[in-house]
Design a protein around this ligand. Sequence first.
Ligand SMILES: C[S@@+](CC[C@H](N)C(=O)[O-])C[C@H]1O[C@@H](n2cnc3c(N)ncnc32)[C@H](O)[C@@H]1O
Length: 244
Amino acid sequence: MPLSTSAERNSFAQDLFTPLPDRYDRLAEILSFGQNGRWRRAMVAQIVPAPGEQVLDVASGTAGVAIQLARRTAARVVGVDLTEQMLRRGRVNVARAGLGGRIGLVAGRAEQLPFPDASFDALTFTYLLRYVDDPQATLAELARVVKPGGRVASLEFYVPPSPPWRAAWWLYTRALLPLGGLATGGREWFTVGRFLGPSISGHYRRYPVSWTEQAWRDAGFTGVGTRPMSLGGGLVMWGTRSGG
Ligand SMILES: C[S@@+](CC[C@H](N)C(=O)[O-])C[C@H]1O[C@@H](n2cnc3c(N)ncnc32)[C@H](O)[C@@H]1O
């Protein structure tokens, strides 16, 4: 993805996600062999807000994480996302879940969040850093809106570290994922299926996990930890906003 500016990255992500919302929730589960839900639960388990506290979910998409946060904690949740069509589907999902009173969804960019400093008690972000031009600056912007002592957790795809699993992952992402996407979701999902594998491996070539851990610390998080999921197909990260 040879995109050089933040604006180009944003419009690439919008073009990619705009046609997806109708089938997103079902296909995200099918194409991850049902692991996406498990990974989300492991991420949400890192967030433990008290009743009345506010959690921000960045790159909220169709609100799957926001809904899980609202169900598993007593917090109020704000979801923010770049793509209006994903949010539109998210609003339907939130209403169906009967959580309209506790979840609000707003349009916005992770690089420049429309919130004052230290306005949230906790924050989650999912599948975000591959879509931004400057992950370090974006992490600093995420840290800006979290109160000192607030918990932050993220979920991203990963490349399995063990060679046999990495070979299987390579085959899956380069061949089965595009074909599975085509068979289950048509042309748009073929495009996503073809994009995902190279996007994930390219991201970790440029930003290895050790780089990302240090980037979290430099952005103002302490106690940074990581947990590979499903033999390394996913990666949950967490930390605490320093200064608490
Ligand atoms: C793979 S989806 C994940 C959605 C949701 N977090 C989930 O787990 O189902 C990635 C989302 O990131 C959003 N996104 C991409 N770049 C973004 C940015 N710079 N700021 C905010 N959202 C962004 C896309 O619009 C898309 O909805």
